[in-house]
Design a protein around this ligand. Structure first.
Ligand SMILES: O=P(O)(O)OC[C@H]1O[C@](O)(CO)[C@@H](O)[C@@H]1O
Ligand SMILES: [Fe+2]
Length: 187
């Protein structure tokens, strides 16, 4: 018998769109992000129905050893002077890591250790981000276009949002971004 060749799901590298397999989708609107942005007044003044980010995921099995694959499409925008970002989370199973790949747009991946120490990685088409266990993660769109990043993570990882109810220790605003650009220029 001839071996058969299966067509796997596809990601369109330019748009980040997934196809060729059953998908799941979730859109997070500005109104869902109460308490996430520093400027509460600016958040209240925004349109709660505005889409901030959309996650499309392959509808694949869960359980020990299974991996999830998804693409986050984060719109450009700001609340006050803070850039649009994902809610951000630790994994409920803290030791579980994750890999992100930048597909389009430009932004930052904010990483935070359990002791509150933060670091930033530049996200751009082709960038690879190894998020180790015990590390909270959030995508931030600092550009003018949609920021899309592919993520692969263990299905057992889960999400812990409560551990970050006080917010991440670093906020990326227009002012901070200008400061960081200056530091890069000055070496
Ligand atoms: O759960 P948050 O912080 O809204 O971020 C969503 C993104 O994070 C993931 O959980 C992957 O870490 C995906 O569901 C999605 O890519
Ligand atoms: Fe995650």
């Amino acid at each position: 018998m001839n071996p058969s060749i299966k067509m796997p799901p596809q990601v369109a590298w330019d748009s980040g769109s997934l196809s060729g397999a059953p998908l799941m989708q979730k859109t997070t609107h500005l109104g869902d992000l109460n308490g996430i942005f520093a400027d509460d007044e600016a958040w209240r003044g925004g349109d709660p129905a505005l889409a901030v980010y959309r996650v499309e995921m392959l509808d694949t099995p869960s359980g020990d050893g299974e991996l999830y694959t998804g693409v986050t499409h984060l719109n450009p925008g700001r609340v006050g002077n803070e850039f649009f970002m994902t809610r951000g989370h630790f994994h409920a199973r803290r030791e579980q890591g994750e890999v992100y790949f930048g597909l389009r747009g430009e932004g930052l991946l904010l990483l935070q250790a359990e002791n509150g120490q933060t670091r930033l990685e530049r996200v751009q088409p082709g960038s690879i981000h190894i998020i180790p266990g015990l590390t909270a993660h959030r995508l931030i769109n600092t550009g003018h276009d949609i920021l899309s990043a592919l993520a692969v993570w263990p299905s057992i990882a889960g999400h812990d949002y409560a551990a970050l109810s006080g917010g991440f220790a670093l906020r990326v605003t227009t002012d901070i971004l200008k400061l960081m650009a200056k530091e890069v220029q000055n070496g």
